[in-house]
Design a protein around this ligand. Structure first.
Ligand code: CMC
Length: 372
């Protein structure tokens, strides 16, 4: 008989095989390429091709994937009409979850084989960027914008939000965050998508569920939560006083820690370098001092290191992006990883169905209604 083991949070449990990404000696690799190499050399569309088609694109393939994304970007009129009916108080992640599900009713792709699902993945990637931007425009009393020809995916999202193409630095930074966020093996949201699709449910259902999982502050919601934390302070001294007390109280500090990385998240190191340059360029020394005031005791005393969400929150903030967009931008990227996993899951599927340890009452008879 197989021995049954219990691991809270499935920590240390191997729940499947993947050839999409791994963390090897603390280094994240997408299909064998290190995240540093990818961050230095490729754009988000190239990563999208790598995740969905298993290899980096050549020039013709890159041009083709860009064209495909462009063709899938326009939103159905009915979806924009539905967006208008959602109260302005509803958080962007909730809107995105509902609208991705709604977009599923207009899925232009037929079939469920791998080729169809790759197309569906590209369609979802294109639609998600456009949905975020359309909601952003409506919240700002502006009409959603049609995409502008010739822009890369990252620049397109910013263009459709603001009505003007971003400057080179903003485009580079958003593109970098999309590259860094795209994939991370069996994280909670990807696992959610895999579990949903292991029942042979559809890709849109898997992605909708994954968005719900990513929203939480222990996962993708941490980029917003980390920035909310930094915003509580106006000086580094205030941040130092708070973090000393928070550590004593064993409080969770958002943007730090990771289930897989115990000696630091390489994505955070890559992004922090760019963040420092951005802050320098903008003369935002106080924000960096607050950032460092939290980071120093976390890393030096607690030995808990920043994850990618810590520098990402402040990067987006210094780019003047509203907080409500941070986690949706994570979705705009991770949809590529999710869909690659859903395709992989279907290839060699077995339904996920773990066991539990029952801790409820012992067997007992049902009492009659008047005896309860
Ligand atoms: N602040 C304070 N203490 C922490 C933190 C933190 N951010 N992270 C871990 N710890 C403590 C934890 O309380 C535990 O202490 P003790 O042994 O005294 O109970 C110890 O460190 C070990 O924790 P762990 O087992 O490594 O944590 P985990 O694997 O169960 O959880 C985590 C991982 C990411 C949920 C957790 O580190 C956390 O809640 N971090 C804050 C939220 C966050 O930044 N999430 C983003 C994750 S990475 C990117 C993404 O997915 O979006």
């Amino acid at each position: 008989m197989r021995e049954e083991t219990y691991s809270p949070g499935l920590a240390g449990v191997i729940a499947g095989e993947t050839n999409i990404a791994c963390v090897a000696q603390g280094n994240l690799l997408y299909r064998g390429y290190t995240i540093q190499d990818l961050a230095d050399k490729v754009c988000f569309e190239e990563v999208t091709h790598l995740l969905l088609f298993e290899e980096l694109p050549n020039a013709a393939q890159l041009s083709s994937i860009k064209k495909t994304l462009a063709s899938y970007r326009p939103l159905p009129g009915a979806l924009i009409a539905a967006l208008r009916t959602i109260p302005t108080s509803v958080p962007m992640m909730d809107v995105l979850r509902s609208m991705v599900s709604y977009a599923g009713h207009f899925d232009p792709v037929d079939g469920n084989d791998e080729a169809a699902n790759r197309q569906r993945a590209l369609w979802l990637t294109a639609q998600i960027g456009a949905i975020i931007a359309a909601r952003y425009r409506l919240l700002n009393d502006k009409e959603p914008l049609a995409p502008k020809e010739g822009l890369g995916h990252a620049a397109q999202i910013l263009y459709q939000c603001h009505g003007e193409a971003p400057d080179a630095l903003s485009e580079e930074l958003i593109d970098l965050t999309l590259v860094l966020y795209a994939e991370h093996d069996f994280n909670a949201s990807t696992f959610t998508g895999r579990v949903i699709c292991s029942t042979l449910s559809d890709m849109v259902s898997g992605v909708t569920g994954a968005i719900g999982a990513l929203k939480g502050p222990l996962h993708g919601g941490a980029n917003e939560a980390a920035m909310e934390m930094l915003q509580r302070f106006s000086t580094a001294e205030e941040a130092s006083i708070w973090i000393t007390q928070a550590l004593k109280n064993k409080e969770k500090v958002m943007g730090f820690g990771h289930r897989v990385y115990k000696n630091g998240d390489h994505r955070a190191v890559i992004l922090e370098e760019k963040l420092r340059k951005l802050a320098e360029q903008k003369g935002e020394y106080t924000w960096m001092a607050i950032y460092d005031a939290i980071k120093k005791p976390m890393t030096e005393e607690k030995k808990i290191y920043p994850n990618v969400d810590y520098p990402c929150g402040l990067t987006y903030f210094l780019m003047d992006l509203p907080l409500d967009l941070y986690t949706p931008l994570f979705v705009a990227s991770r949809v590529t990883g999710w869909t690659a996993h859903i395709i992989e899951q279907r290839r060699n599927n077995r339904i996920y169905r773990p066991l539990s340890i029952y801790t409820g009452p012992k067997e007992r008879p049902v009492p009659a209604l008047d005896e309860r």
